[in-house]
Design a protein around this ligand. Structure first.
Ligand SMILES: Nc1ncnc2c1ncn2[C@@H]1O[C@H](COP(=O)(O)OP(=O)(O)OP(=O)(O)O)[C@@H](O)[C@H]1O
Ligand SMILES: [Mg+2]
Length: 244
């Protein structure tokens, strides 16, 4: 499981994460909602060790991400996909997918390629294996990005606003893939502004407000008038979302 205990993160005098406690068990889909600047991306970056905590602890399957030796193990278990496509531009889709399996997991090239082709096939990109990122649409690139995170068979998938740079049609393509992964039991921590989508795929929703985790409820309870909606910040956030 992913275990976050009293996590604290500051940038200078600014407290961005304020004693966050959160546990994600295998099989859960947890969406993280909250206004811009509430600390969602920072939390994801702390889980995969891109940012260091100033207090508290985060572990992935028992591996403490603050210890360099354990971080490598933690990262093998949690694949991350970000908002901006961060594929290697000089590598084809297939090469982007096989890099970590070959270099990090030491898989034979033929096996890594066969697995990568199967992954591309599963997201409807079987015929794009030899395309470079610049030759793909935004939605296709983001689907390749998800495949690349999946290529090392992580136990957890961390997704930070993976659709926010996409138009509605491409967003739908990517959300379809995520819904399928959720159905297959992939554990996901999902930062999103797609409230309605979060509602359909999440088992739980947590809400961050100015670096504090103020609500952590099963999805149905989150949207109930006497549940998450009883928190004025949540109610305001959801009503703003529905306006646009
Ligand atoms: N490297 C940094 N140095 C200083 N401040 C930072 C840094 N990274 C993030 N912050 C600040 O931390 C706060 C939280 O940022 P974060 O990116 O986690 O928000 P977010 O919830 O992901 O917002 P959004 O919905 O806009 O993506 C913001 O006030 C931001 O300015
Ligand atoms: Mg963010």
């Amino acid at each position: 499981m992913i275990k976050i205990e009293s996590a604290k993160k500051t940038f200078g005098s600014l407290t961005v994460l304020d004693h966050i406690d959160l546990t994600v068990e295998p099989g859960e889909v947890v969406s993280i909602l909250g206004s811009s600047g509430s600390g969602k991306s920072t939390l994801i970056r702390c889980i995969n060790g891109l940012e260091k905590l100033n207090g508290g602890a985060i572990s992935v399957d028992g591996f403490d991400v603050s210890r360099p030796k354990e971080l490598a193990e933690a990262r093998k278990r949690s694949g991350t996909v970000f908002q901006l496509f961060n594929l290697y531009p000089h590598m084809t889709a297939l090469q982007n997918l096989t890099l970590a399996p070959i270099e990090v997991l030491k898989r034979p090239k033929a096996q890594a390629e066969a697995e990568a082709r199967a992954l591309l096939e599963s997201v409807g990109l079987g015929d794009r294996a030899d395309f470079y990122p610049a030759q793909l649409s935004g939605g296709q690139r983001q689907r390749v990005g998800i495949c690349r995170a999946l290529a090392v068979n992580p136990r957890y998938l961390l997704l930070d606003e993976v659709t926010s740079a996409l138009d509605p049609e491409m967003t739908a393509e990517v959300l379809r893939i995520l819904a399928k992964l959720a159905e297959e039991g992939t554990t996901m921590v999902f930062v999103t502004h797609e409230v309605e989508f979060a509602r359909t795929i999440s088992s739980r929703i947590v809400f961050l407000d100015k670096g504090r985790l103020v609500v952590d409820l099963p999805t149905e309870r989150f949207f109930a008038a006497d549940g998450g909606m009883a928190n004025p910040r949540v109610a305001q956030f959801l009503s703003n979302m529905r306006k646009d």
